[in-house]
Design a binder for this molecule. Structure first.
Ligand SMILES: [Zn+2]
Length: 354
């Protein structure tokens, strides 16, 4: 039989029916809500849970004159033009509803995430989110469902920052097994999964999502998590009690899996090895220096020697080597080719220029 007989019970979700998933509710505006105070402890907890890097975005107070949408931009310091960094005051202002910030999923220093968020804002979006939530719980993965302007955001928290690639792999695989549409996979409508990248370059940002518990400028209201009272304390208390996914679990959920081919992004990070002077030097081949490999799609997959030295990559699948041309290889955890070559005892010769 296709689908589930009884995937969820709406009645168990407070206010499920009170908040339409289709339209902006013209009911009472939440802008007149009682003033929320973000205590130092709540701010600290928010940072621990949600802030994975200090770069951020701010939602504009005024809608775009033509499009009517409240876009997010990266704030800069007046005068110097330097990018502003998140601090406790920013978070406190966000929680108290004075500003609305967007948070980036991936920290480029380690290509890891503290959370995974699934954004859905199409017709039947809430049904898909609840279906995902139900099946996540089958893996003993807790998640928190946050309301949004249309649909919702489903959040999963991680015990320690985990590789963006594996986070995406897990959710993409689950969505495809459940027949939940993913936006961008040739489909116009579907869930969006944050992180949206496996790897981002240093100096890059990837994608940001509205920080929870703030006031959405377009809707002029605060969107809460289902399952807790509408106060900052109760909401943070609810989030604190959710079980977080461990690295061992994520490795297990993603072992032997690959992203569907229509999702995989062009691997511009793959760079050719320096070929040296060619004739006199024996050409280095990474395949001679790694352990057991297996083929996944267009790549050999194996343990990254550099990660291994650092006691990481217990899943043994961080290194991808292009089958068609093994000069192209990439560690998903962000090890550079210099690090990998050094780890196998074949450092790249330094070429002196002038
Ligand atoms: Zn590595």
């Amino acid at each position: 039989m296709r689908g589930l007989r009884r995937p969820f019970d709406r009645n168990s979700i407070p206010n499920y029916l009170a908040h339409s998933t289709q339209a902006e509710v013209p009911e009472r505006r939440w802008i007149v809500e009682r003033r929320m105070v973000a205590t130092h402890a709540l701010v600290k907890e928010y940072v621990n849970l949600f802030v994975n890097r200090r770069a951020y975005t701010v939602q504009s107070f005024r809608p775009h004159p033509q499009r009517g949408r409240h876009y997010y931009y990266r704030p800069t310091e007046r005068g110097s033009g330097a990018a502003l960094q998140l601090n406790e005051k920013t978070i406190s202002d966000h929680m108290e509803g004075k500003i609305t910030i967007g948070l980036y999923a991936i920290n480029p220093a380690n290509q890891r995430c503290k959370w995974v968020a699934i954004d859905a804002d199409y017709r039947n979006a809430m049904e898909d989110l609840i279906k995902l939530q139900y099946h996540l719980s089958g893996d003993h993965v807790d998640s928190a469902l946050e309301m949004s302007k249309r649909g919702g955001h489903l959040w999963i928290f991680l015990a320690v920052p985990l590789l963006a690639r594996k986070c995406r792999l897990y959710i993409h695989d689950l969505a495809s097994r459940l027949g939940v549409p993913v936006k961008g996979s040739g489909l116009v409508e579907g869930i969006e999964i944050f992180p949206k990248h496996d790897v981002i370059a240093s100096g890059a940002f990837g994608n940001a999502i509205r920080g929870p518990l703030g006031i959405h400028r377009g809707a002029s209201r605060r969107f809460w998590f289902y399952g807790a009272d509408y106060t900052l304390e109760a909401q943070m208390h609810f989030l604190r009690r959710l079980r977080r996914v461990t690295e061992e679990e994520l490795d297990r959920f993603t072992a032997g899996k690959a992203l569907p081919p229509n999702i995989v992004k062009p691997r511009h990070e793959l760079e050719p090895m320096s070929e040296g002077s060619g004739l006199t030097r024996t050409r280095f081949c990474i395949l001679d220096h790694v352990g057991k490999t297996r083929i996944l799609g267009k790549n050999h997959v194996t343990r990254c020697p550099s990660c291994e030295k650092a006691g990481r990559d217990r899943g043994g699948d961080n290194l991808a080597i292009l089958v068609a041309d093994p000069r192209f290889y990439l560690c998903w955890a962000g090890c550079t080719k210099e690090m990998i070559r050094a780890a196998v005892g074949k450092p790249i010769p330094v070429r002196r220029i002038a």
